[in-house]
Design a binder for this molecule. Sequence first.
Ligand code: ATP
Ligand code: MG
Length: 388
Amino acid sequence: MEKYTITGLNIEKAASFLGISAQKMQEIIERRVLVPNWNEYQYLFRFEHKALNIDIGSVLVQKDDVFSLIFGFPKIKRAMLLGPAIRSNFGTISKVAVEEKMNGYNVRVILLEGKLVALTRSGHVCPYSSEKANNLLDTSFFIDNPQLVVYGEMVGPDNPYVPRKIYGIDSLDFFVFDMRHKDTGLPLPVYERRELCEKYGFKQVRLFGEFHIQEAADMVTNIIRDIGRKGHEGVVIKDPEMVLQPIKYTASQSNCSDLQHAMKVYNESGRDFIFSRIVREGFQSVEWEESEEEFRKRCLQLGESILRPMKESIIKVRDGERVTEEFTLRVKDRITLLKFEEYMRRLGMDIIFSEPKIVDDEYLVYMTKINKSTSDKTLAMWEGQLWS
Ligand code: ATP
Ligand code: MG
């Protein structure tokens, strides 16, 4: 049988860069662990599976036969009980840094042939996010720090993935929350990263402060109550040196709003995404020692966030419509729209794009995503099929 290869990848050199034999490299390619990105980005290879201790979503970049590795952003584990989680995860250090967790989507930015390129969590080059990165970030940072990767959240309403109006952002903005070295994935300490952001004028997630371990749970509880009132998402608690794993904790209102989005398209949403958010409500209600009245309010909020959007989807399908989600895009370059449409098509998404409208020198487009899986499943129920 003919060997499966990836055009353009120098197997010998890639193997030596990764510290493995050429044969092992060949195996990785045959098992489709490494997959090239599309079009002009075919020299960026995505890890579609975890291998060699390198996480899914990491990207191997080959440029003139020189390699670099852009690590995926590690999953942040969720605290269920703040007090015990802080004590047990950060017991060996004296202070933690508490940063705001913003609700948008995760993007990694690198410089490639003079242009910024934005990678999504899965390691795809997103044309929309790349245009935004080029307009929002000062390229000189990447020239001065070629070994660093910038990790941040794309936040705001003109957003093809997680549109939210909760931050008073007009269109879409980028907030840095991490910087890591290429090839090792080692993060910069919180303060070093924050100073670099200041220096280059990058927006960054808010730092609420540094707190002693003993007082951190109380401080975070107060911060979370405030965040909840504002409708913001939550916090990420970090070792200032970024040696220990960070943990995340979110406001009840944000869990509920995530659940609303997830349950509207219940057949598309990850079970664990839904389940962890429900379980957290139980733990928070006990840790916060709430009254019966507060507890009932929480029950009602949680129940409504799960059932109401689902009910609407079920009715929609009964009435002959499909379950869809609406997004707005806004770009400066019309080519970005074409590239983004192609990108969505190649990802296999069922999407309808409106004709672009010109608004303030930019193109505005509405995008309707058809949630085929939820629509089909719901229709099947109406046709009398059984659940599984
Ligand atoms: P889960 O289902 O466990 O909640 P998830 O994949 O939905 O997992 P998130 O809840 O969104 O993950 O939490 C992790 C994400 O939070 C990161 O990938 C990052 O995009 C985002 N984030 C926002 N602000 C920060 C911050 N200050 N520090 C780190 N990550 C942040
Ligand atoms: Mg998120």
